[in-house]
Design a protein around this ligand. Structure first.
Ligand code: HEM
Length: 446
């Protein structure tokens, strides 16, 4: 029913509305994206039109729709970015490249995240996790989202460019200014959010430049993502240009730590709200016995924890919707016309709530991923926290590794309790998190 077809005759546009002239429905979307999607899905179903950020747009929800997009990516659809994203990520970023250029770049960047490279990262992640767990124990009470942001940025800086950010608050601030600009209006005047972000980008690039110079002078420096990328070659022996290395290292800092901060915050919240799951995960750790340091082998044995992490990413995907794709050629989906030059995006959050795939989808239930139930296996692309197809998350395995090491050490040795009087409501833009940042009391278990 959903096979690719060139539209013949007159097909209707999907249901939906465009809203106000120029701004379209952007304001109500930005005010509350989750509500926006829920209301329209109820009213129009899993495919509808709207008008967002100056573009006529079609929203696709559910496994069939995502399959349609993933299998036609690059022939019928192409990544498109807002102007601020394009400037701040840079022309050589994987997030901006399309077609063959994207595929060539992706293969080279992947060298930093293939299993051989990942095996080298575990020890740093474990050391950094222990350092932060001790810090939080000393603090006693904390706002976890802010702390997890520091933790994931520290890991990313250490593993990607071998820099210790813990001792450099200035770097953290510059990074934040750049990252805040990604959702800003792309107008430059002195002091505007976008202007500050462009300057922050220049500062960060200068820093990466300096690091590249150091690497070139000291060839036997420590292994990190930057070093792998400087040495990466494709089958013909072509290397990445320095501009490509710089833009992509910068891009990975945002792709690789904001998402993980969100995922880990949701993990901590959901475990606090579901003590029976925490207890079962702890029982698994106790049964496996404590090995120090963690090994690839011991991580593999934590099968219940794996289910918990999967369920966290289903219930609270850090990225609730994909980046926008431009329609290259008019096509048909589900009996509707998808017109050329419109934008399309797939919804991760709503796809994960499909009651036909997930029994009692709104319940936090790690057992749904147990081998005998494996609800996500019933339908391809019904579970898409990392997207799918040729643009699937490049750092997926890195993210899963960091989440597992963090979770294992946390639940073995520590306990936490939600502080009263906080707003736990989920904010989803730019990345999913609880409104007040998750305030907790934190202590070491007896
Ligand atoms: C792409 C999610 C962690 C690097 C994506 C996409 C999603 C995603 C949904 C696809 C977006 C689209 O289709 O428009 C996540 C989640 C993470 C995570 C949920 C953590 C829990 C990471 C990490 C890195 C990373 C750790 C790298 C260090 C990338 C890159 C792309 C991407 C480079 C673009 C791939 C391409 O266009 O070919 N991610 N991500 N991500 N992610 Fe992640």
């Amino acid at each position: 029913r959903f096979a690719w077809r060139t539209p013949k005759g007159k097909l209707p546009l999907p249901p939906g509305r465009f809203g106000l002239p120029i701004v379209g429905e952007s304001i109500s979307y930005l005010r509350d994206p989750a509500r926006f999607m829920n209301q329209r899905q109820k009213q129009y179903g899993t495919i509808f039109k709207t008008h967002l950020f100056g573009r006529p747009t079609i929203v696709l929800i559910g496994a069939d729709a995502t399959r349609f997009l993933f299998t036609n990516e690059s022939q019928r659809f192409e990544m498109t970015n807002t102007p601020s994203f394009e400037v701040l990520l840079g022309a050589n970023s994987i997030g901006v490249k399309t077609g063959t250029a994207h595929q060539i770049l992706r293969k080279q960047l992947f060298q930093a995240f293939e299993p051989r490279a990942l095996a080298e990262y575990g020890t740093t992640i474990e050391d950094m996790t222990r350092r932060y767990l001790h810090k939080w124990e000393r603090m006693g009470t904390l706002t976890w989202y802010c702390e997890l942001k520091k933790y994931t940025l520290d890991i990313a800086c250490k593993l990607f460019v071998n820099v210790e950010t813990a001792s450099d608050e200035n770097l953290e601030k510059v990074y934040q200014t750049w990252s805040d600009g990604l959702l800003s209006i792309p107008i430059r005047f002195p002091g505007s959010k976008f202007d500050r972000a462009v300057r922050a980008r220049e500062q960060l690039l200068a820093l990466i430049d300096e690091m590249i110079n150091q690497r070139q002078q000291h060839r036997n420096s420590n292994q990190d993502v930057l070093k792998i990328l400087l040495q990466a070659q494709d089958e013909e022996g072509n290397r990445l240009s320095l501009e490509e290395v710089k833009d992509n290292v910068l891009g990975m800092l945002v792709a690789g730590h904001e998402t993980l901060t969100s995922a880990l915050t949701s993990l901590c919240l959901l475990l606090a709200q579901h003590p029976e799951v925490l207890q079962a995960a702890r029982a698994e750790q106790e049964q496996l016995g404590l090995t120090q340091p963690l090994t690839q082998e011991s991580l593999k044995q934590m099968t219940y924890l794996e289910q918990v992490l999967k369920e966290v990413l289903r219930m609270a995907p850090p990225v609730v919707r994909s980046g926008s794709r431009k329609v290259l050629e008019s096509c048909e989906f589900g009996g509707y016309l998808i017109p050329q030059s419109w934008d399309v995006f797939y919804q991760i959050q709503e796809t994960h709530q499909d009651q036909n795939v997930y029994a009692q989808a709104q319940r936090f239930d790690p057992e749904r991923f147990a081998p005998d139930r494996a609800e996500n296996k019933q339908k391809v692309f019904s579970y898409i926290p990392f997207g799918g197809g040729i643009r699937e998350c490049l750092g997926k395995e890195f993210a899963r590794l960091e989440m597992k090491v963090f979770a294992a050490l946390l639940i073995r040795e520590y306990h936490w309790e939600l502080l009263p009087g906080q707003n736990l409501e989920r904010v989803v833009l730019p990345f999913s998190r609880p409104h007040d940042g998750l305030k907790v009391k934190f202590w070491r278990r007896e």
